[in-house]
Design a protein around this ligand. Sequence first.
Ligand code: NAD
Ligand code: DAU
Length: 382
Amino acid sequence: MSILVTGGAGFIGANFVLDWLAQRDEPVINLDKLTYAGNLENLAGVQGDARHIFVRGDIGDTRLVGRLLNEHRPRAVINFAAESHVDRSIHGPSEFIQTNIVGTFYLLESVRAYWGALEGEAKERFRFLHVSTDEVYGSLTKDAPAFSETSRYEPNSPYSASKAAGDHLVRAYHHTYGLPVLTTNCSNNYGPYHFPEKLIPLCILNALTGKALPIYGDGLQVRDWLYVKDHCSAIRLVLDGGRVGETYNIGGWNEKTNLDVVQTLCDILDELRPLNPASGEGQVGSGKDSSSLPASQLPLSTAHSPLTTYRSLITFVQDRPGHDRRYAIDASKLERELGWKPQETFETGLRKTVVWYLANQSWVANVTSGGYRRWVERQYGE
Ligand code: NAD
Ligand code: DAU
């Protein structure tokens, strides 16, 4: 038996593949296009492992996907592949439509053809698990109840609209063709291998290099944070025991404002990598005293005064257009039906994440290459 994972060189997919192979012997066929967000270094931990078969390719390539399915005969397909960054979808939605809608459609077609030709137990046990997001439900007001599986779809960004369309196709393939699908909608993940265009890794890396920590608008937007390894354990449970045709919400019960998140991050860094300009031992960047950094690397407000806490790097910048105010996930169905609970609180998960970034500076250096720097210049200017 084996499983086919798509997007397994990205942030969540790679964590899933690493955890899967650490816990089970079942091989993984990993199909990933290696866009800017896909990184084989994320999979260094399974390099040379015969149970991991990596194939570079597009979920929309029906010939390739058909061949992989017929050759490896997986018992499940787990679809992580997507364009995932909201800000990028605002600058250029086209890739989001292409992968998250058209790509999902062609993947479903390939899987339907494969599953349709299966027989007996192989057909009975086959599953297509589609990984989606809480953003399809739109934005909550301050006191509204958290999103449940029956909340209305009200996507507000090109990204969430493309994910919503993908979800609808998955649902339709179950209702129309009987394809045995499962859908998960989860909240904001964070943890190791998170690409530093997203809030938490961006702020860790900016803090360590003495750059501004950009907070959109007033910073009071709320997200529900989920440690990536808790997300992976939930997906394994849904795959093993989820009811066919059902959707499951996955969240960390950790609603925080963005400002809270960044301030907590700063406090952890103050403890683990303290700034100490008075003694000349501050460690912003590669062990340099922050006062020795060029003024261009510091926000204006701190360019002329030495830093004593990372919080002084927090800088309010222009808001994201159409920025959703609040997401919150009610994960009680998953708890009730499958007994899942997240293992990490926000504080323990965030600390683990910061420790991981501090310990993996060569991963960071390789990820923050030319293409990434061009994105940062475009999004944040100077
Ligand atoms: P990511 O951007 O880090 O990784 C996406 C991966 O998909 C990359 O490896 C990329 O190369 C690959 N990919 C992109 N287009 C492809 C294509 N056409 N064919 C094959 N591979 C392709 O994303 P992530 O944060 O790991 O998210 C994974 C999934 O989880 C996505 O579907 C996303 O919508 C969903 N999700 C993410 C979060 C989050 O907080 N990161 C939260 C909820 C849901
Ligand atoms: O909710 C699930 C979603 O979480 C996933 O579906 C997406 O794939 C994932 O990217 C994430 O989307 P967000 O837009 O919530 O994540 P991001 O890290 O981009 O932003 C988190 C919050 O922080 C959001 O309110 C915007 C804000 N933000 C983000 C960046 C990059 C800032 O204030 N400053 C920033 O520089």
